[in-house]
Design a protein around this ligand. Structure first.
Ligand code: PLP
Length: 484
């Protein structure tokens, strides 16, 4: 090839790229119009059957040679068809994830789609501006205190000189302690090199997803789900394939649905058990099945296990770490188990290759988790926190009893801190009225997935049993008013 020919190819690739950028912007405009239309028509943002249809249309067009004009599999292209199809799928996933982000701008949190956090902020405003005493049944923040050892460790940190930069993975003593604890507690073989200490479980989820996912990858989640998984996937440019769990199946996802959702682009499956918002613990045979699908295909499994100290049913709970699978990542946190939400500390447990990637991100973003906080966590590792689990379980019993009297439909929470109940009306509207007129904050179900609009999540974390019962009575008064 001559330099002139190379020059011509470069010009050509420049023209094609400009054309693609133009089409990309046009696509974004159309996406925005669709988002507006969906809002006006009261429709959901994600429509997975429509997304699948679009993928079929595009891949079908490629296979037919794009009408014989512009390349495609049938036109004597020099690109390997399998590679071309994989590239098209990645591009489509990226475009679909972009569309979801653009369309969701028309459905902002706190406006059309309030989440537990936006309700919490509204409740805080009512308290600050109008001096009202809200009953907080919306957030998963414990009202009890961390173990005493935590206070001591924090106050001693300064005198002991624990006020300097630390390694991005965590202080060695904490890594050793977590490795020993994790090996025993989660039935796994974990060394200090398998751990990265993070500022809360949220950052561990974000870091794992950002470090492991690329634009165009797919992530399987089980909805209803903690909303951050979708947000982190969007941030990484990955497309979410949500498998829907249902109350009728006690919130157990079907293995068949997960199998059907898995494609060559699937990079990660996210499991969150005990589950927020449903309180479900995954049935062992389903968990085994999912791990098998993942290991057959080399898919990462992210186990968000921050409620693992709050298992209350007879069903055994098992960590993803216990499978010895090299692509499993278990996320843990001191926030719920030890009531240390504001200290912001959690950790990821995984194979060294994953921990290296998470540690690079930690190093880039924050150097290290604050040293005194790590010492506080070190003092908390292995402390008996079973009283916390008992407290939450008793509160859930009380919530269940009130919900039953009110005829609400729900599945008995087998763990975590929440009751996810069907209320037979729009959960977001209910939450808005309940807060403004009755001073009770609950989380609307739509924050956990678009199919759960007629649900609310009631948290047992923040108020004692009497206040929870009072909150449920006020909810009853409101619902009686609605239906009589
Ligand atoms: N994962 C789930 C399922 C949660 O519900 C939460 C908080 O509510 C988190 C992770 C984050 O917890 P933290 O960052 O405080 O450890």
């Amino acid at each position: 090839m001559t330099e002139d020919e190379l020059g011509r190819l470069r010009e050509e690739i420049g023209r094609v790229t400009v054309e693609m950028a133009k089409l990309f912007v046009r696509r974004a405009e159309i996406s925005s119009d669709i988002g507006r239309a969906k809002k006006e028509l009261g429709m959901r943002i994600t429509d997975e059957s429509r997304e699948d249809q679009l993928c079929d249309i595009v891949l079908g067009a490629y296979r037919r040679g794009f009408g014989g004009r512009n390349g495609g599999s049938g036109s004597g292209s020099t690109v390997d068809p399998a590679l071309a199809e994989a590239a098209i799928s990645r591009l489509l996933n990226f475009l679909l994830s972009e569309s979801a982000t653009i369309q969701s701008r028309h459905h902002r949190d706190g406006e059309d789609n309030p989440t537990h956090l936006s309700v919490f902020q509204a409740a805080k405003r009512l308290e600050a501006e109008e001096g009202r005493q809200v009953i907080h049944m919306e957030v998963g923040e414990p009202d009890y205190m961390p173990p005493d050892a935590v206070a001591t460790a924090l106050s001693e940190s300064y005198g002991r000189g624990h006020i300097r930069y630390e390694s991005p993975r965590g202080v060695p003593e904490l890594l050793d302690a977590l490795a020993e604890y994790g090996s025993k507690r989660f039935g796994a073989s974990i060394g200090p090199g398998n751990i990265a200490v993070t500022p809360g479980g949220r950052f561990a989820v974000f870091a794992a997803m950002s470090a492991l996912l690329n634009p165009g990858d797919e992530v399987i989640t089980v909805e209803p789900a903690w909303p951050a998984y979708r947000d982190c996937a969007a941030y990484a440019g990955a497309r979410v394939r949500a498998v829907q769990a249902s109350l009728d199946e006690s919130w157990m996802p079907s293995i068949r649905d997960i199998q059907d959702a898995a494609s060559t682009s699937t990079k990660m499956i996210i499991l969150n058990y005990p589950n927020n918002p449903t309180g479900a613990v995954l049935r062992p045979d389903i968990m085994d099945g999912i791990m098998e699908i993942a290991s057959d295909r080399g898919i990462y499994v992210l186990g968000d296990e921050i409620y693992s100290e709050y298992v209350r049913g007879a069903k055994p709970w098992r960590s993803v770490a216990s499978y010895g699978y090299h692509n499993a990542i278990a996320v843990q946190s001191f926030s719920k188990s030890h009531a240390m939400t504001g200290l912001r500390i959690g950790y990821a447990m995984a194979d060294g290759h994953v921990i290296d990637k998470i540690a690079s991100l930690l190093s880039l973003c924050m150097t290290s988790v604050p040293a005194p906080v790590q010492r506080a966590a070190l003092s908390a590792v292995g402390q008996d926190v079973s009283d916390n689990a008992r407290t939450i379980s008793e509160r859930l019993d009380a919530l269940e009893s009130e919900a039953r009297k009110m005829g609400m439909e729900y599945a008995k929470p087998e763990g975590a801190m929440y009751l996810f109940a069907r209320v037979g009306t729009d959960g977001a509207r209910l939450a808005g009225r309940l807060l403004s007129e009755y001073g009770v904050a609950v989380a609307p179900g739509s924050g956990f997935g678009e199919n759960y609009r007629d649900y609310i999540r009631i948290s047992a974390a923040r108020e004692d049993t009497n206040r929870l019962i009072e909150g449920m009575n006020r909810l009853k008064s409101m619902l009686d008013g609605v239906y009589t």
